[in-house]
Design a protein. Structure first.
Length: 397
C-alpha cells in the first residue's frame, strides 16, 4: 500500500486539484491522509466534499509543515510513503508506476523522478532540468537536485533515519534526502514526469530570501563531506541576483547583481557543474534548460484536473520560429491520455503563432494534456523554435 500525506494550510485555491490528482489515479491500494493546520479559508469545505475518498483527515493548529507531515507519517499504514503538498499535483499513472517499481525491486528504499513546473492556473512554465542521476556526493555538497513531489520511500528506511526535522522550514526535504544518502539508501531515478510543482510568489521557496539561505548554511554544516559549502554560496549568489532584479532602485539592483556574480566565484566547482548541466546534459523532453527553446521536437505534459465538461475551457499554444526563421512550419498535436488527438499546422506567415482550441473538441477529457510540437523548415528539415505558452484559459479570462 502507498500512503500519501497532504499537509495543508489555507490552500483553498489549489487543494481540490491536489486531492483529485491522488484519488483519480489508476491504482487503488492507496491510503490518503490530509493534515490541515486549521485553515480559515474554504479548504475544510473542499476536504469534506471528498472525505469518503480520504482515509483520514483533521483540521487543527499544528507547529508547521514538517510537524503536519510527521503526524501523517505516524498515522500511515503503507509500506511506501510520500507527501504531496496541497498546491502540487501527481500526473496520471504515477502511483501505479511507483508500485510497479517497488514490486520489481523490493530492495529499493527511495525513488524520485522528473517534474514539470506549472503556474497558479496549471499552465506550463518549464521542466525541472536540474534533476539528474543519483549522486550522493553532489546531493550532500552541491545542492538539492531532487524535486520533493516526485519522491517515494520505504517505511523501513524512514524509520531508520527518523522523521522530518521540524525545526527546518525551507530545507526539510533536502535534509531527509541527505540522511537517506548517509544511511546508504538504495535509490533509483526514473526519467519520467511524475508530478507537477506549482510555482507562484507566495510559496515558501519563492519568498524565503535570506532566511532560506541561512537555513541552507545550517544544513550544509550538518551534512557536508567536503571542505567548501558549494550549495550555500550557490544559493546566496542566486538570491542576490534575484533580489537585484526585483529591486526598484536601479543603482542598488546593479550592486546586488554584481555582488551575486562575485559570490558565484566562491564556488568554482558549482560553476563547472552548472555549465556542464546547462550545455550538455539537460535537454529534457526536447526543451533546453530554463527556457522554451525547442530542439526541433518537444513534448509538453500537463496534468488537468479541472472542469471536465470542456464547454468553456480552452488550451492555448503559442510558438515562434527561433532567430526569426520565417521559412518554418510548426506541427502541433494535442492529445488527452495519448488518444483523441487534434493535429494542426501553424502557418509561417506570422512571426508568432498562437492556436487556441476548446477542450470540448476532444471527447472524453481525462486528466492529462499532452502537446507534441515539431518545428520544420519548408524543405522538411527539423529546426529550432520557441514555445512561449501552453496554458489553460478559463471562462472569466
Amino acid at each position: 500500500m502507498i500512503s500519501i500525506i497532504t499537509p495543508s494550510f489555507n490552500q483553498g485555491a489549489y487543494i481540490e486539484e491536489t486531492i483529485l490528482s491522488v484519488i483519480s489515479q489508476d491504482y487503488n491500494n492507496i491510503e490518503y491522509i490530509i493534515i490541515d493546520g486549521g485553515s480559515s479559508d474554504e479548504s475544510v469545505d473542499i476536504i469534506r466534499k471528498y472525505e469518503n475518498r480520504v482515509s483520514y483527515w483533521h483540521s487543527c493548529p499544528d507547529k508547521g509543515q514538517a510537524h503536519a507531515i510527521n503526524q501523517g507519517f505516524k498515522l500511515a499504514n503503507g509500506d511506501i510513503l510520500a507527501w504531496l503538498n496541497a498546491d502540487d499535483l501527481y500526473l496520471p499513472g504515477t502511483l501505479k508506476l511507483i508500485a510497479k517499481e517497488f514490486k520489481k525491486c523490493p530492495q529499493i528504499d527511495f525513488i524520485y523522478g522528473d517534474c514539470v513546473f506549472v503556474d497558479e492556473k496549471g499552465s506550463f512554465i518549464r521542466y525541472f532540468t536540474e534533476c539528474e542521476n543519483y549522486n550522493p556526493k553532489r546531493l550532500l555538497n552541491f545542492g538539492n537536485y531532487i524535486m520533493q513531489p516526485t519522491t517515494f520511500f520505504s517505511r523501513k528506511k524512514l524509520a531508520e533515519v527518523g522523521y522530518l526535522d521540524e525545526s527546518l522550514t525551507y530545507t526539510m526535504d533536502w535534509d531527509l534526502w541527505c540522511w537517506f544518502a548517509k544511511k546508504k539508501a538504495r535509490t533509483k531515478y526514473l526519467s519520467r514526469v511524475l508530478a507537477a510543482n506549482r510555482v507562484y510568489s507566495e510559496t515558501k521557496t519563492s519568498s524565503g530570501g535570506i532566511k532560506r539561505i541561512l537555513e541552507v548554511w545550517r544544513l550544509q554544516k550538518r551534512h557536508i563531506t567536503g571542505f567548501w559549502p558549494h550549495a550555500f554560496w550557490g544559493m546566496a549568489a542566486t538570491e542576490l541576483l534575484q533580489i537585484g532584479m526585483r529591486s526598484e532602485n536601479r543603482f542598488l539592483g546593479h550592486l546586488l547583481k554584481l555582488a551575486g556574480r562575485i559570490v558565484t566565484v566562491l564556488s568554482p566547482q558549482a560553476i563547472f557543474y552548472s555549465w556542464r548541466n546547462r550545455n550538455r546534459e539537460k535537454v529534457k523532453y526536447g526543451l533546453y534548460p530554463y527556457s522554451g527553446r525547442c530542439l526541433g521536437n518537444a513534448r509538453i505534459l500537463l496534468p488537468f484536473y479541472g472542469d471536465k465538461n470542456g464547454t468553456a475551457i480552452d488550451i492555448e499554444v503559442g510558438l515562434d520560429a527561433f532567430n526569426g526563421n520565417q521559412n518554418c512550419q510548426t506541427y502541433v498535436k494535442v492529445c488527452l491520455e495519448q488518444t483523441n488527438c487534434l493535429e494542426f499546422i501553424l502557418s509561417s506567415s506570422q512571426p508568432k503563432k498562437i492556436k487556441k482550441m476548446p477542450l470540448s473538441i476532444l471527447p472524453n477529457v481525462k486528466n492529462r494534456v499532452m502537446v507534441d510540437i515539431t518545428f520544420k523548415k519548408d524543405n522538411g528539415a527539423t529546426t529550432s523554435g520557441r514555445i512561449y505558452c501552453v496554458r489553460f484559459i478559463y471562462p472569466n479570462e
